[in-house]
Design a protein around this ligand. Structure first.
Ligand code: TYD
Length: 213
């Protein structure tokens, strides 16, 4: 698959995004990073996609298998949820304008990787082309096997939590990240197989250096 992920987009300062396949530990690390920022009295906003809006709740029902839609419909829904999340009232743009650091668990790179794998790259590319770039993308690397064994301890898997699909998503991420890095996006790759404190240390260092310029 070929992606033109970052052509002619704005880059937003102090906007940090975490990405990775399911089970890589982004939620745990987002919470730990929040603690670090709080301790240092750095104003921040911690958030995630899908959001907890009505649109996000519908997405979660689809992920749980309670509502069935075509893969393209899900691509539209993620982009709709994102548009409000970025530009809507109380959204990411407002927090950045207020001088806060924004840490966001998943962003349009997830749509390019997941929906790109589920329904082909063209639609997610088109739906996501208007969204700005973060100033730092933190990518959590973990083999699909390790990721799946972590997920399997969590209860009922969602529609994307299958080995074959996550392997495909992982390959799509590689392609997207290479292209984004080529086009100037600041990307750091984190080895998600290490201990939680080791991973947290790396992230803290990268994020503090990115926001301190
Ligand atoms: P996430 O909240 O990270 O998973 P969890 O509920 O296990 O913490 O994300 C939910 C799922 O949504 C995950 O499988 C990735 C998927 N997703 C997409 O397919 N496209 C997107 O644009 C986003 C933001 C998430």
């Amino acid at each position: 698959m070929k992606y033109q992920a970052t052509a002619s987009r704005e880059v937003w300062d102090r906007f940090i995004v975490f990405e990775g396949i399911d089970g890589t530990g982004t939620t745990t690390q987002r919470n730990l990073l929040s603690e670090t920022l709080r301790t240092r009295s750095i104003p921040f906003h911690s958030t995630a996609e899908p959001t907890d809006s009505e649109i996000g709740r519908l997405i979660r029902k689809i992920l749980a298998g309670d509502v069935r839609v075509r893969p393209e419909t899900l691509a539209y829904l993620y982009a709709t949820d994102r548009n409000e999340h970025i530009f809507g009232e109380g959204g990411i743009r407002e927090h950045l304008d207020a001088g806060e650091v924004v840490v966001c668990d998943r962003y349009f790179f997830s749509s390019l990787a997941y929906q790109g794998s589920a329904c082909g790259p063209e639609l997610p590319e088109r739906l996501n082309q208007g969204f700005p770039l973060p100033s730092l993308l933190v990518y959590f690397e973990l083999s699909p096997d390790r990721a799946l064994s972590r997920i399997s301890g969590r209860g009922v898997p969602d529609i994307f939590e299958r080995g074959d699909f996550l392997s495909q998503v992982s390959r799509a991420y590689e392609d997207i990240l290479n292209r984004c890095a080529d086009q100037g996006l600041r990307v750091i790759r984190i080895d998600g197989s290490r201990t939680i404190p080791e991973v947290a240390d790396d992230i803290q260092r990268a994020v503090l250096s990115a926001i301190e310029g």
